[in-house]
Ligand binder design. Structure first.
Ligand SMILES: NC(=O)c1ccc[n+]([C@@H]2O[C@H](COP(=O)([O-])OP(=O)(O)OC[C@H]3O[C@@H](n4cnc5c(N)ncnc54)[C@H](OP(=O)(O)O)[C@@H]3O)[C@@H](O)[C@H]2O)c1
Length: 311
């Protein structure tokens, strides 16, 4: 059996359950490709998986976390037509698979797109899960249009930093929330207005928006109803908003759970190559430093993304 270095969990728990070790090297079956991982993006779902919150639909233990990958195709299984050995690709790997905290990962052909040419693997690996989430929330669920206004909670984070840029690309008016240290950062991303949630209650500063994009949940979500225009929409990626509250406020609501989407990944690559979308990477760590990466992610105060360098 061929082996590879990987980070695995053998039981659910804190960052200490992440073990850097030898694991079986996966083989691509029909319709699958084997990718030599160059970089693996880190997302909160990785530590939520590690803690055992999301067991349904995930591989059994021991499992390799990590949904985001950028790398080079090593080998393709039978019936793979669109991707060949040597292609530089990136992917949001389906949640049922072993992940990207490893030297190699197998993904389905329908999950892989050519990576943006103008950025390196580290920055490409920052894109898939967070940017697809922002795309599917703003464009598929909220149908955000040019000239509309959107309040983005958590605008300095992994998803929020892409959401601000995508909403601006769509020519929306963007209001972002973050702490004081990120006010200038949100402006640099393109936000037209910013709110420091530590000094200002956003509902006192923001009124009549078409869309609220909630990446925070809890009290932030509950206080968001009153800033929406009639028939506006609250889209959350953290917890399903109340249908009763939506009806009482005369607005709509949606919960989005990100799905792999190769056509949207290809669109995101085009935007990155046109310098209309820039992944912001706050920290780059090695594969063997995955514990530290999870500790950082769990602070809930990442600016942009954390990425593991594998090659
Ligand atoms: N449903 C889905 O498909 C899906 C997909 C992706 C993510 N998610 C979930 O969405 C959430 C966000 O993901 P992420 O990757 O963006 O996380 P992240 O990168 O860890 O988000 C960190 C950001 O949140 C900001 N923040 C913290 N408290 C805030 C508050 N009260 N108001 C405004 N901003 C605040 C921080 O800004 P400051 O440092 O300035 O406070 C920081 O920039 C996570 O819970 C994740 O699991 C769900």
């Amino acid at each position: 059996m061929e082996t590879m270095k990987a980070v695995r969990i053998h039981r659910y728990g804190g960052p200490e359950v992440l073990v850097y070790e030898d694991a079986p090297r996966p083989k691509p079956s029909r319709g699958e490709v084997l990718i030599r991982v160059h970089a693996a993006g880190v997302n909160p779902v990785d530590w939520k998986t590690r803690e055992g919150y999301l067991r349904q639909g995930h591989p059994s233990l021991p499992l390799i976390p990590g949904r985001d990958v950028s790398g080079v195709v090593e080998n393709a299984g039978p019936r793979v037509a669109s991707i060949k050995r040597g292609d530089e690709v990136y992917s949001l790997a389906d949640f049922s698979r072993d992940g990207a905290y490893a030297k190699y990962i197998v993904v389905g052909e329908s999950e892989v797109a050519l990576k943006p040419k103008s950025i390196d693997h580290i920055h490409a690996a920052a894109i898939p899960l967070a940017a697809l989430t922002a795309w599917q929330s703003l464009f598929d669920a909220a149908q955000l249009r040019s000239g509309q206004s959107v309040l983005i909670h958590g605008a300095a984070g992994g998803v929020g930093s892409f959401a601000v840029q995508l909403a601006k690309w769509r020519k929306a008016h963007v209001i972002g929330t973050a702490s004081g240290r990120n006010q200038q950062f949100m402006r640099e991303l393109g936000a037209d207005e910013t709110v420091d949630y530590q000094t200002t209650r956003f509902e006192n500063a923001v009124h009549d928006v078409n869309v609220v994009f909630d990446t925070i949940g809890g009290d932030t979500q509950k206080r968001s109803w009153k800033v929406l225009k009639k028939s506006g929409i609250l889209v959350s990626i953290v917890a399903p908003p109340s249908a009763e509250e939506a009806a009482a406020h005369g607005v709509r609501q949606a919960y989005v759970f990100v799905q792999p989407n190769v056509a949207q990944l290809a669109e995101l690559a085009k935007l990155a190559d046109a310098w209309k979308l820039t992944p912001v990477v706050e920290a780059v760590l090695t594969l063997s430093e995955a514990r530290r990466a999870h500790e950082l992610s769990q602070t809930g105060h990442t600016r942009g993304k954390i990425v593991l360098r594998v090659v």
